[in-house]
Design a protein around this ligand. Structure first.
Ligand SMILES: NC(=O)c1ccc[n+]([C@@H]2O[C@H](COP(=O)([O-])OP(=O)(O)OC[C@H]3O[C@@H](n4cnc5c(N)ncnc54)[C@H](O)[C@@H]3O)[C@@H](O)[C@H]2O)c1
Length: 501
């Protein structure tokens, strides 16, 4: 995992009573911190609570705040104000009851947290902000916070279930690492929520948990891989590692796989490239779920694209997005929670947008990124089709309507998904890539806000916030229905039930 140096973190934010103050860090304190953009099993931002307490105390004194308790300390990179969040109880009179209040205050809202200017606090410091939450919800809600599960326990449970489903432990571990990372990053739709589908595929022999990918054709910069119908994470890790190796040798590695399976969050693979100092790109085709503009029926999958680029000291740009208005998992999660979906996510059977998550799920016809033709949905449709060019078509895998449907019950036939993994070595281009990348993210994050409640973020920031929150809360907040599914799985497979904290 990436272990960034510390020189760019020069600010600290201190949360208390729902407020966030920002001030410069003493250089000695900065040298104690650590940041990173990828986590796997390790937290993205780590620091000793002793240090966090010290900084919180110093900051409170510096700002002259009469604070009863410090809630959260955030490390702010350079002039940018979006980064890691660290909890602390220090600095005030020791009334720690509000420690986690900002994380839990509006639990039904999206799990990343926003900074805004607060008038009253500006009297103390120009750096004061009041924290708010974004409107669009992520795939978990406050209701979900009934089943807190430690990250390692989630991983243990996944590995146990996969091993009981004819998967060698090493492959089970790779798959579980991917799923845990999805939950950790706040994409609950692509974590534990997917486990049952993988298990069902494995039991129906629609996927082979023991399969090892093989290279079919190779040049110094390219490789065509047969995934041999293996688990998506096993195929994806193999391909991205190969692409990285080629990028280190010849500047770029472009690897395409056929006969793969659902590979989870596309960002997992670009983070892998970033951790090796490369720019990463990854795409996959998926079962048809989205209508081309002007069609009532689905022909393309949610076909995600991820591009990740490393910046300085753990900063980075991690775009990871479906080419539909949302990933289908988000609709699944709304359905699981019996909550509606926003207009523009999906069509009903009549081809018009629906807000009913169950109708949307049953119709299985998402809208492309951009929505209708009037709102430029054809651009999302174009991106989804582009993914097919690089994945299904280039790899000689299934594509578009040729890909079989996939449900919670699992599939009866092989998916033969096509996937694409690219690594680019920035050292082959203009020197100083990471510095300029961080300069770019700094410029973007510091742009004047349209709404003072919602500061500008760059791709990957919401996920960083979510990871910090998981660290702070001490576990992954699964929806009760998800825990129920896990319990059923444990009974069915005869594995130790998942332990809820
Ligand atoms: N394997 C598959 O078949 C498959 C299919 C579809 C999606 N997925 C995965 O599902 C996950 C969720 O996809 P999604 O499209 O719903 O993601 P999303 O809409 O939550 O986020 C998309 C991107 O936008 C960024 N972002 C969010 N809010 C932002 C803001 N205010 N400012 C700047 N950037 C912001 C995020 O960091 C992310 O990079 C992804 O990890 C994706 O790879 C997988």
């Amino acid at each position: 995992m990436h272990s960034p140096s510390v020189s760019s973190v020069r600010f600290v934010g201190v949360h208390f009573k729902g407020l966030l103050a920002r001030t410069a860090l003493p250089p000695s304190a900065a040298s104690h911190q650590q940041r990173g953009y990828c986590t796997g099993s390790s937290p993205v931002a780590q620091t000793s609570s002793r240090w966090a307490t010290m900084i919180a105390t110093a900051t409170v004194r510096r700002l002259g705040i009469n604070a009863p308790a410090i809630v959260v300390v955030r490390l702010l990179s350079g002039t940018a104000n979006s980064s890691s969040t660290l909890s602390s109880t220090g600095g005030g009179a020791g009334q720690g009851s509000e420690i986690s209040s900002w994380n839990k205050r509006k639990p039904q809202c999206r799990e990343h947290h926003q900074l805004t200017c607060g008038q009253e606090q500006q009297a103390h410091s120009p750096f004061f902000h009041v924290q708010h939450h974004q409107q669009r919800s992520m795939s978990t809600t406050g209701a979900a916070k009934k089943g807190l599960v430690a990250v390692e326990e989630a991983r243990r449970f996944m590995v146990d279930c996969l091993v009981k489903s004819n998967t060698p432990p090493a492959h089970a571990k790779q798959q579980a690492d991917l799923l845990v990372e999805a939950d950790y990053r706040g994409h609950f739709s692509h974590g534990m929520n997917r486990l049952e589908m993988y298990i069902n595929d494995l039991h129906k022999n629609a996927c082979n948990g023991a399969a090892v990918p093989a290279v079919l054709n190779e040049t110094p910069a390219t490789a065509w891989v047969d995934g041999n119908n293996g688990l998506g994470a096993v195929v994806g890790n193999f391909c991205m590692d190969l692409a990285i190796r080629k990028a280190k040798e010849v500047g770029v590695g472009w690897v395409c796989a056929k006969r793969s399976n659902h590979y989870g969050i596309a960002g997992w693979y670009t983070l892998r490239a970033m951790n090796a100092g490369c720019i990463g790109m990854s795409m996959t085709n998926t079962s048809p779920l989205a209508s081309p503009t002007r069609s009532k029926e689905a022909a393309l999958g949610t076909n995600p694209i991820s591009v990740g680029a490393p910046g300085k000291d753990g900063d980075g740009f991690v775009l990871d997005m479906a080419t539909t208005a949302v990933a289908v998992g988000k609709i699944e999660m709304q359905r699981r929670k019996n909550e509606p979906i926003p207009v523009g996510w999906a069509q009903g059977p009549d081809g018009h947008p629906t807000t009913d998550a169950s109708v949307a799920f049953d119709t299985a016809c998402l809208m492309p990124l951009g929505g209708t033709e009037l709102t430029s949905g054809y651009k999302g449709y174009g991106l989804g089709a582009m993914v097919e060019v690089f994945c299904g078509v280039l790899a000689g895998a299934n594509y578009a309507t040729k890909i079989r449907k996939w449900t919670h019950a699992g599939a009866d036939s092989e998916a033969d998904l096509g996937q694409c993994f690219v690594a680019i070595n920035p050292a082959c281009f203009a020197p100083g890539f990471k510095g300029r990348l961080s300069d770019l993210t700094g410029i973007l994050r510091n742009m004047p806000m349209t709404d003072p409640n919602h500061p500008v973020l760059v791709a990957g920031d919401p996920e960083l916030h979510h990871m910090a929150m998981v660290d702070k809360e001490g576990g992954l907040a699964y929806h009760v229905n998800q825990i129920k599914t896990c319990t059923e799985l444990s009974e069915r497979l005869g594995v130790k039930p998942i332990e809820v904290i």
